[in-house]
Design a protein around this ligand. Structure first.
Ligand code: SF4
Ligand code: SF4
Length: 202
């Protein structure tokens, strides 16, 4: 339902399975149906994936993102027709670029595995989290562990990188951090997660 949900691994999986191109169609910037503005995330993600395609010797034009709302049927048809024409001109994946099929398979597998290690991760800074529970309630996959007066923690195994927690953590806390292509710090131990507020000390 949201381009913010398009995991870069989906793109490389599609190429690994033989797609000659991948088209992502999203809502126009500024017209997000939710509050996440996931289309901006998708734009950044597409840009990074294009660079990765280039690095493995594939034409980055094989990946395209377009803004097209549900009411713009004609525009959608035009985009698909135009993209199909462009892909025919580029030739089949790898063939148009003169890549050896086996090397193409290896490179795409490596790209997908690199992506799977996550270009972007989200992490809750334990020194800043105020346990307001907003992110926990909004996470679409229940990947945030927390509760009242408990510093929240992201379960990295279950996180799908949608960025909703990053977007929804109140600016006065700014507790959710975006980590680019670096390891995520380990979660703080459970016994250290209780927040004792002023006036609540025993
Ligand atoms: S933890 Fe944050 S980035 Fe991960 S799935 Fe939940 S809301 Fe999305
Ligand atoms: S929204 Fe921010 S402050 Fe609130 S629980 Fe989540 S990480 Fe902590």
């Amino acid at each position: 339902m949201c381009t913010g949900r398009v995991d870069p691994a989906f793109i490389f999986r599609a190429f690994s399975r033989g797609a000659d191109g991948v088209l992502i169609g999203g809502c126009w910037p500024g017209e997000c149906h939710y509050v996440t503005e996931g289309n901006y995330e998708a734009l950044n993600m597409t840009d990074r994936c294009k660079k990765l395609l280039e690095q493995i010797g594939l034409n980055p034009d094989r990946l395209r993102i377009e803004w097209v709302s549900a009411s713009e049927g004609n525009r959608f048809a035009e985009i698909v027709t135009n993209f199909t024409k462009q892909l025919k001109e580029l030739g089949h994946l790898g063939v148009g670029e003169g890549k050896d099929p086996e090397q193409l398979r290896i490179d795409l597998e490596a790209a997908e595995s690199y992506i799977r290690k996550k270009l972007i991760s989200y992490y809750i800074d334990p020194d800043k989290c105020q346990a307001c529970m907003i992110c926990l309630k909004k996470c679409p996959v229940g990947a945030i562990i927390g509760g009242k007066n408990q510093i929240h923690v992201i379960d990295q195994e279950n996180c799908i990188g949608c960025s909703i927690c990053f977007q929804s953590c109140p600016p006065r806390f700014e507790a959710v951090k975006r980590i680019l292509a670096e390891p995520v710090p380990p979660p703080i131990p459970e016994e250290a997660r209780i927040i004792v507020r002023k006036g609540e000390e025993r």
